[in-house]
Design a binder for this molecule. Sequence first.
Ligand code: ZN
Length: 380
Amino acid sequence: MADDTRLRRTYRYRIYPTVRLRLALEAQLGFACQLYNAALEERRYAWRGRRRSVTLYEQFRELTAVRAAKMGPPNMSCSAMRDPLRRLDWAFAAYFRRVKEGVTPGYPRFRSVRRYDSLTWNSGWGVRDGRLALPGIGQIKVKWHRALPASAVVRTVTVRRVAERWYASFSLRVCGSRQGLATQLPAVGLDLGIHHFATLSTGEQIPGPRAYIAAMRRLRIAQRRLCRREKASHRRQKARLLLARHHERVRNHRHDHAHKLTRRMVCDFGLIVVEDLNVGGLARGRLAKHVTDQGWATFLRMLEYKAAEAGARVIRVPPGGTSQACSGCGAFVPKLLSERIHRCPQCGLIIDRDMNAARNILRLGLSRQASTWPTGACVA
Ligand SMILES: [Zn+2]
C-alpha cells in the first residue's frame, strides 16, 4: 500500500434532536424521498418513451427550478436536495454494473417515506459549540463518545434514523500512519468458519458473536407480534419499533465483536492472510443464516482499514482447497464438511481441520510475499 494512503473512515455518533428539530429532520427526509421518487420516475419515463438516459447533472439542473419555486421544507440546502439524486445515480450505476456482469439485476425501485431514513450533507453543515448545525434544521446535541481524529478531514455528514433513534456519521479521510512499524510482528493465517468465527494458524480458535441465533427467539416473538397487529394501527407501529430495536442490538453486538477482534489482530500481527471469500455468494447459499450472522464482510472490511492504519498488511488468497490439502506435507486429503479433524495418511499429521486450513492460508500468503517478508516471522 502506498505511503500517502488516505483512508476513508466513518465515525458515528448518537444525536439527540428536540421535538422541533426532529420534525424538521423528518420534513427534509420526506422531501428527499419525494425527490428520489420523482427523479426515478423521470428516468424511467425517458427511457421507456424515448430510449434516452437522463444524467445526474441534468437532474441537478432541474433542481434549480425546484429551488426557485420554493418547493420543499424552508431553508433545505442545495446539498441536501442533491443527495437523493446522487443516491439514485448510484442505484442506476449498480444496476448497470449488474447487467454487465450478467447477474439478475433488480431495477431501482420507488422508496417509501417510512423507509427513507438518511440524508447526507457535503457542504453547509458545521459543528458549533459541540452541536451539529444543519442548514434549515438547527443545532442538534451530539453525544461525542470519542473524539474525531485530529488529522481528519471531514467531508460529509449523514444523519440517519434507526428505530426512532438518530445518528450522525462523519465521513472523513485520515492518513495511514505508523507505516512499516508492524513489519517486526509475526504473520498469521486466518480461517473463517461456521464452527468457530475464526481459527488462527497459531491454533487459537475464536468464537463468533452468534448474536443473531441467540436473539432469534426474541426476534421471532417480536415478528409474530407485528404480524398480529392490525395494519396502520398505533400498536402495530409500536411492535415495528420493538422489532427494529432487536435488529439494531444484533447489529451492535456484531460490530462490537468485529471491532475488538480486528484491533487485536492488527496489534499482534504484521501480516494477516485471509481467504478471499465470496461472502455475497455464500450468504445466498444453504448456510446463509450462519454466514450473515457471523458478519464476515464487516469483519474483513474493518480488518483492512485497521491494518492500514497500524501499518500491518492484509493479503487475500484465493479460496478453495485450503481445507483439503495437508499443511504438513501438501498431500491431498479429501474430507467431508462434517469431519472436524485432519488426519494425513502420508505424514501422520493430526490437527484440527480449521487449523490445518489456517496454516495452508498462511503458507499461500507467505509464498506471495517471499521477497519482502522476513523469514522466521512465520508462526508455525
Ligand atoms: Zn501430510
